[in-house]
Write a protein that binds this ligand. Structure first.
Ligand SMILES: *Cc1c(COP(=O)(O)O)cnc(C)c1O
Length: 231
């Protein structure tokens, strides 16, 4: 797991540059499309947080790794009719971007032994591209809807709003996008004190995210290599 070491070194260097402690940043390894055997290797190497973006695949992998103490994050686009199913196995759902998901997640969380932790996914795309069939698959709630969605989550029993997540749009300045996300977190936290996590940064831009206060980075390719073709 040499790539894991180099990503840990990148995280440590970015923390040092930002005057932060490496313990402030949780490494979430995005294992989508990779087999359960890789999850096992990662666990042996000390990884405790993994992320998936497809329900069926995640359920199968989680089952195969049920003996491991791992926190499973969901980071994919969530269909409304899958929300309850994902809420049944995920420890953290990072991609809550509309109110329709909240009901299903809440229903699933009610049947669990502990609350379901969720992050609000915020769109960092230029305003003109948000929603409106621009073909982006990044998802995310637009800025003007953030407060209402945060309130809806906070009002739902068994859900805990932990913070916000965002994906920097390609071609832009990730530091600018993540700085905006940090501002959104501040505004959410002013109303909902449980919201403290800033999930930002992937293989290509984790340094920029850590510089903007990321508490969670989601890294796939830089650790596991290029993803196998889905299917
Ligand atoms: C796939 C994915 C990642 C990981 O991206 P890499 O560039 O492979 O590190 C992070 N976040 C989300 C939401 C993803 O879907």
């Amino acid at each position: 797991m040499g790539n894991l070491d180099s990503v840990r070194a990148r995280v440590a260097a970015a923390c040092a540059a930002a005057g932060r402690q490496p313990e402030e940043v949780t490494l979430v390894v995005v294992t989508k499309y990779f087999p359960a055997s890789d999850v096992r290797l990662l666990h042996r190497a000390g990884v405790r947080h993994v992320a998936e973006n497809r329900h069926q695949e995640a359920v199968a992998k989680r089952e195969m790794c049920s003996d491991l103490d791992l926190s499973w994050h969901f980071v994919g686009q969530l269909q409304s009719n899958k929300a309850a199913a994902v809420g049944a196995w995920a420890d953290v759902v990072q991609s809550v971007d509309r109110e329709r998901l909240v009901t299903g997640l809440g229903r699933a969380a009610q049947r669990r032994s502990r609350p379901l932790e969720v992050l609000l996914q915020v769109s960092l795309d230029p305003p003109a591209e948000v929603g409106a069939g621009s073909g982006t698959s990044r998802g995310g709630v637009s800025l003007d809807q953030v407060g209402a969605l945060a309130a809806a989550i906070a009002a739902t029993e068994h859900l805990v709003l932990r913070g916000v997540m965002g994906v920097a749009p390609p071609g832009g300045d990730p530091a600018e996008a993540f700085a905006r996300l940090a501002t959104v977190l501040d505004s959410v936290r002013a109303e909902q004190p449980s919201a403290r996590w800033l999930s930002a940064g992937m293989s290509g831009d984790l340094e920029a995210a850590i510089g903007c206060g990321a508490t969670h980075v989601r890294v796939g390719t830089a650790i596991l290599g290029n993803r196998p073709t889905p299917g």
